[in-house]
Design a protein around this ligand. Structure first.
Ligand code: TYD
Length: 392
């Protein structure tokens, strides 16, 4: 049985940065979150059709993010070293920062956003511009054989039908192959109150507890979990066919920690919902107080996360003048729903601002390091994670 615990109101597509001309046609949906008593899976109640989100206009270009490129390079090296795969498939390869660490002749990419799959194709990789399904896995198996390593980062939690997703993996995985995927950790979201990781692209938010259940019902065994710091706290999940590998201690450790926190108990989600409402009250209160005092606020990082915060809290241009972002495709556009202008960091003088809200709070240290001059001149940062606060 599905039980709703959080209603974040009407939301646009979190990464649909838009031009002024597009304001009148903007798509909105109800962002409600529920919990499944049986599998313990947390999901968005009303899914948005994937074609609306993942198409040739999708702006999130992974290679633009230096820390993520380094993360994928080291992940690829580690997996190569341990599993020595002779064939590799990446689901959701974006513009290729992971797969390009592997040999072109033995690698296959799947990426529904045509703008990105074209990039890996131009680099000589077999690239399929499709959504991941059992039908596609059959086609790839026919042309390229089974796969020793299947990898996906920030992608599996984007897919509505998890049973088909895991069935598709099972269909193409070689007998002793491994399936490795990483996605934001529900436990870290609950611990930190980072409700902003809930948006259209994440129809599911994974706990190890729920994944263990859903993988199992699809013939796969979860045998290892790595806790990662990326995206504000993610889990890297390792799965293999039943009875091909021993389950390691990290699985039990993670299941225990989640149980202790109450991930398998609906009351935990009701408490989280209260914390989210409190966060909204405090953030809006702080921003209003600052602007009432005649001070100016800008935001760093036009993130999908900040789309959730700004739309849920009703924060628009009257509170935040401008957002800066390093992604070329976002610059010159407006943030979804609340329409705050987005500019390149080089095009604003940060010293004109008294406060910088961290839309990309997950890169807090990188940003604080880059913006030392801002702080030396009295500038302060604002974040809502883990609680609403200002700091310098
Ligand atoms: P990300 O953390 O992946 O956020 P989300 O998944 O919520 O969209 O994206 C970080 C964004 O922040 C990305 O658009 C690049 C931008 N950014 C800056 O503008 N300045 C910075 O110093 C850093 C590290 C990121």
């Amino acid at each position: 049985m599905f039980r709703e615990f959080l209603d974040l109101g009407r939301h646009p597509i979190a990464n649909a940065f838009l031009t002024e001309k597009e304001f009148s046609d903007e798509f909105f949906f109800d962002l409600k979150v529920c919990w499944d008593d049986d599998s313990k899976l947390v999901s968005i109640k009303d899914f948005v059709e994937p074609e609306r989100i993942f198409n040739s206009e999708y702006p999130y270009n992974t290679s633009n993010s230096f820390p993520m490129v380094a993360h994928f390079k080291s992940t690829a090296e580690m997996l190569k070293e341990e599993f020595k795969p002779k064939s590799v498939l990446e689901i959701g390869s974006n513009d290729g920062p992971f797969i390009t660490n592997f040999d072109r002749d033995t690698s296959v990419c799947v990426e529904p956003c045509g703008n990105f799959s074209l990039k890996t194709a131009h680099k000589g990789y077999q690239s399929y511009t499709y959504f991941w399904t059992t039908e596609l896995s059959e086609k790839i198996k026919h042309h390229h054989g089974t796969m020793d390593l299947i990898y996906a980062a920030n992608c599996i939690c984007h897919i509505h039908d998890l049973d088909d997703t895991f069935n598709a993996v099972d269909n193409i995985l070689s007998d002793n192959g491994v399936f490795v995927f990483e996605d934001p950790s529900l436990l870290r979201i609950l611990e930190r109150g980072s409700y902003d990781q809930i948006y259209d692209e994440h129809p599911h938010i994974f706990s190890v507890t729920a994944l263990n259940n859903v993988l199992k019902r699809n013939g796969l065994t979860l045998f290892r979990v790595d806790n990662l710091s990326v995206h504000g706290g993610s889990n890297r999940i390792y799965a293999a066919r039943e009875n091909t590998i021993d389950v390691e201690d990290s699985v039990l450790d993670n299941l225990m920690r989640e149980k202790e926190f109450g991930v398998d108990n609906f009351q935990t989600y009701e408490i989280f919902a209260d914390r989210v409402a409190e966060s909204k009250k405090n953030l809006v209160g702080l921003l209003r107080k600052i602007t009432d005092d005649g001070k100016r606020i800008m935001s760093i990082g036009a993130t999908a996360k900040s789309t959730t915060v700004f739309n849920y809290c009703g924060i628009g241009k009257e509170l935040i003048d401008v957002i800066t972002d390093t992604t070329l495709d976002k610059q010159g556009k407006f943030s979804p729903g609340v329409h705050i202008p987005i500019m390149s960091r080089e095009d604003i003088n940060i010293l004109d601002y008294d406060y910088a809200y961290l839309g990309a709070w997950n890169f807090k240290d990188v940003i604080a390091n880059k913006e030392r001059e801002f702080v030396e001149n009295g500038g302060k940062f604002i974040t809502h994670v883990p609680t609403v606060m200002e700091f310098s």
